[in-house]
Design a protein around this ligand. Structure first.
Ligand SMILES: *Cc1c(COP(=O)(O)O)cnc(C)c1O
Length: 427
């Protein structure tokens, strides 16, 4: 695969990343090695000083991980990427790479429960404050949450579990008019359906645990750097990138690495100091998932749209939120940002009590109740009693989660069998 040619997503999914040279393994090898050998101590020293690129310890870089990260960077249209041990680690590092104690961030309130806790509770303990905003509020309202020490704006392309669609261009405008980057968690659409960088996002994150892996085998995450944010123009806001790093003999990331400053700092500093690297074995499995991402995602969307239409026409169903439905409040945004499909996840509520929702889920046969979403097998979850049980009712509503919300992750089985299972459980 020539590196200078622009391939489309399907070809990158299959061929991107690992580029074997003459006589090397065709399939991405698992470099199951913590360390790498050098003949001279001086060579190793240059690597430690970031004067030369090369492998020395898997916590910092590993060839298997790098191949997979470069495939994902190509899919998202970024200049570089870093794999992490989980989606949580990806969002934490994406933020912590440019925030420190005394800083502040603004985030959409319609985000994954784990991210909501990370921002609202754990980052606060580290001295980083955050303001949650309604992503559907006006630009003026969202802008009013910004402070002089605000370092970033954050949102999810399609929120988990509420299935609300982010107006990425609006968020990018607000972030850039305040001289800060927009970070978008693009887990649900994947780059097959949406490439947030093309709409102005500066940094993109994923829980690769979901569609990218696609088979529910490995927890993982990734951060992609667009290389587009002008850190030097806002140098006073981002001293970690634009002033010398004492832990690298006074190297300045923006001067030494240009458009790769952000992602290089994330690897060289955060991963070095905090760990949370993805294991090469998991990166290998993630790569197998990525090889069919372009085939699986359209099938998830096609099945989900059929199921959403069926649910919408069923009298036992009170409401359905799926942005692919023409009746949906997010249909316009969804068509703009994800014209070929949104994702396989549907949020809906039943008439009746909370107990009726639980009874419905317990009666499902092959559709399983699992704390997972976005893999090949159809599954279901009741966030208010499972993933989000630590949130109060008010926080639930803020996070776009109605107490009766059932999250249905539509898999790639035969859609008639999926509907039949739902139908028998509803009756
Ligand atoms: C699951 C998820 C996360 C967290 O990822 P883990 O891999 O479970 O740590 C973050 N964001 C979104 C949108 C998710 O769905």
């Amino acid at each position: 695969m020539e590196n200078n040619k622009k391939y489309t997503a399907a070809t990158i999914c299959v061929q991107g990343g690992w580029q074997p040279k003459n006589g090397e393994p065709r399939v991405l090898p698992i470099y199951q090695s913590t360390t790498f050998k050098y003949d001279s101590s001086e060579h190793m020293a240059r690597l430690f000083d970031l004067e030369e690129s090369g492998y020395f310890y898997t916590r910092l870089q590993n060839p298997t991980n790098d191949a997979v990260a470069s495939k994902i960077a190509a899919l998202e249209g970024g200049v570089g990427a870093m794999l992490t041990s989980s989606g949580q680690a990806a969002n934490f590092y994406a933020v912590f790479n440019i925030c420190q104690a005394g800083d502040h961030l603004v985030t959409s309130s319609n985000i994954y429960g784990g991210t909501y806790n990370l921002f609202g509770v754990t980052l606060r303990k580290l001295g980083i404050e955050c303001t949650f905003v309604d992503p559907n509020a006006s630009e003026e309202e969202i802008a009013s949450a910004f402070r002089p020490n605000t370092k970033l704006l954050f949102g999810e392309t399609i929120s988990n579990p509420g299935c609300e669609v982010l107006d990425i261009e609006k968020f990018a405008r607000i972030a850039h008019s305040h001289g800060v980057p927009l970070i978008v968690d693009n887990t649900f659409p994947t780059p097959i359906n949406c490439r947030p960088i093309e709409w102005g996002a500066d940094i993109v994150t994923h829980s690769t645990t979901k569609y990218m892996d696609g088979h529910a085998t490995s927890v993982g995450g990734v951060i992609i750097d667009s290389g587009n944010f002008p850190w030097e123009e806002h140098a006073d806001k981002f001293p970690g990138l634009t002033t010398p790093d004492d832990s690298y003999h006074g190297l300045t990331y923006t001067k030494a690495f240009g458009r790769n400053a952000y992602i290089t700092k994330a690897t060289a500093q955060l991963m070095r100091d905090l760990g949370s690297i993805q294991s090469p074995q998991n990166a290998f499995l993630l790569n197998l998932g990525l090889e069919t991402l372009h085939l699986r995602v359209p099938r998830h969307c096609e099945n989900a749209l059929t199921v959403a239409k069926w649910l919408e026409s069923n009298p036992k169903v009170k409401w359905v939120n799926y942005s692919g439905l023409p009746s949906n409040r997010y249909y316009g945004l969804s068509q703009k940002y994800m014209p070929s499909g949104s994702c396989g996840v549907i949020a809906f509520g039943l008439h009746g009590s909370r107990e009726d929702a639980i009874k419905f889920m317990d009666r499902l046969k092959f559709i399983a109740i699992v704390t997972h979403v976005a893999d090949a097998r159809t599954c279901v979850l009741h966030p208010a009693s499972h993933t989000h049980r630590q949130l109060t009712d008010e926080q639930l509503r803020e996070a776009g989660v109605a107490p009766d919300l059932i999250r249905l992750s539509v898999g790639i089985e035969d859609v008639n069998d999926i509907i039949a299972d739902i139908e028998q459980a509803l009756s």
